[in-house]
Design a protein around this ligand. Structure first.
Ligand SMILES: Nc1ncnc2c1ncn2[C@@H]1O[C@H](COP(=O)(O)OP(=O)(O)OP(=O)(O)O)[C@@H](O)[C@H]1O
Ligand SMILES: [Mg+2]
Length: 395
């Protein structure tokens, strides 16, 4: 297993001996960051497992940033160093949630036990996260778009939590396009090593995508589909639950064994439909199957996507036909969705003042709680329009 350690400036001191000890703990990649800000950039863009930082060089804002990052990247070990055993600095480190404090230059006899303690703590740190599967028996209803934006909204409502999004459509790729991501690894790698799956292996194949969201890509090779069977999906979801506060699954439209494994293992199923006859028929059939499978009503959340004034069926009529409550309604905002996908960002990030973004945040809040902070215009989507009018160039 390869691990990445980032060392800020002279956090370890001039001796290269202790740095070699990092290799023994699996840190085959060691990056030197010139300054603390460079290390923060690296942590935002890569999966960093260990940060060694000279805490005496940080001001209050730097400590606050470190605290935030350490809380968000719970998998990451942090060692703070300083030139002396300064009780005030040690207290600052502890308040920032850093449990390892060493005096530099680092010696092997201090560093090795410190790394052992960090690893022991990491092994015992399991979360019991929630899994939301997004499903529609009909294609093109918005499953992938909703999955991505729900994940992004969950991350926004829970700034300290790690959120995963997994593409289970095999062969897949739509999520990678919407995120403009080019992941090196995908779930095909996991299926070939499934008996060795642990938090570390899962983290190593996931790509940091949008803010606070980690992405598990689907293989785009058609021949990879057979290897990703129900057992693989169940094992991956169990590991995701242990490593992420929330996991959102973009499911295939066919109710095959792979999809059923995802739906069985999910806490909630978001069944997407449009208020159109073909889509409602598909939702009605699906709900019939779900009830025969014994899924409890509380597990099923019918979400109407692309709600618009021209819909021939009303939400109340849809509820009657489906014999189920409508859990949530997402507005139709084609332009917003297409602009976001062109930018390779979730709507929640690229169009935070849009009605649709506000709707995703509310849906995420209804499913996963957290802090819902209203956009500055209360979700009317007007601020961006006003801004456009007032910033329009005069010819
Ligand atoms: N709330 C929305 N408002 C407007 N357009 C939307 C909305 N949600 C999704 N769309 C659009 O609907 C189309 C289908 O969306 P998406 O690819 O997410 O659906 P899907 O069910 O995953 O499709 P596929 O069958 O290809 O997997 C896309 O053009 C997307 O931009
Ligand atoms: Mg899709």
């Amino acid at each position: 297993m390869t691990r990445l350690a980032v060392i800020v400036a002279d956090a370890m001191g001039p001796d290269t001996g202790p740095a070699q000890a990092l290799q023994r703990f699996g840190y085959t990649q060691v990056q030197q960051a010139r300054a603390f800000d460079d290390a923060i950039d690296a942590i935002t863009n890569e999966h960093v497992d260990l940060l060694i930082v000279p805490i005496d060089g940080l001001d209050d804002a730097g400590i606050a940033t470190l605290e935030r990052v350490a809380r968000r990247e719970r998998h990451m070990g942090v060692i703070a160093t300083s030139p002396r055993q300064d009780p005030e600095l040690m207290l600052r480190a502890m308040r920032a949630g850093i449990q390892e404090f060493l005096v530099r230059p680092l010696s092997l006899t201090d560093l090795v036990p410190s790394l052992e303690r960090l690893h022991r703590r990491a092994d015992s740190r399991e979360v019991n996260g929630q899994v939301f599967a997004i499903f529609s028996a009909k294609g093109g209803v918005g499953t992938t778009t909703t999955a991505l934006n729900l994940a992004s909204a969950l991350a926004s409502n829970h700034p300290d939590a790690k959120v995963a999004i997994a593409d289970l459509t095999v062969p897949g790729g739509d999520l990678a396009i919407l995120l403009n991501a080019h992941p090196t690894y995908d779930l095909g790698e996991l299926s070939s090593k499934i008996e060795r799956l642990d938090a570390e292996l899962l983290n190593s194949v996931m790509t940091p995508a949008a803010d606070g969201v980690w992405f598990l890509a689907a293989p785009d090779r058609p021949d990879a589909a057979d290897a990703v069977d129900a057992g693989v999906v169940a094992a991956i979801l169990a590991q995701m639950r242990g490593s992420f506060a929330f996991s959102v699954i973009d499911c295939e439209h066919q109710l095959n064994d792979r999809t059923l494994a995802a739906l069985d293992n999910a806490d909630r199923i978001v069944l997407l439909t449009e208020l159109k006859v073909p889509s409602l028929r598909a939702a009605q059939r699906t709900l019939g199957i779900f009830r025969r499978l014994g899924y409890p009503n509380e597990k099923l959340c019918v979400v109407v996507n692309r709600l618009q004034s021209g819909d021939v069926v009303s939400p109340a009529e849809a509820s009657q036909v489906l014999k189920a409550d409508i859990f949530f309604k997402l507005p139709n905002e084609y332009r917003t969705v297409s602009e976001a996908s062109t930018k390779g960002e979730p709507v929640v990030q690229s169009h935070p003042d849009s009605k649709l973004s506000w709707a995703y945040l509310q849906l995420a809040h209804k499913l996963g709680g957290g802090t819902l902070s209203a956009p500055s215009d209360g979700g009317n989507g007007s601020r961006s329009v006003l801004r456009q009018i007032f910033t329009r160039k005069r010819n």
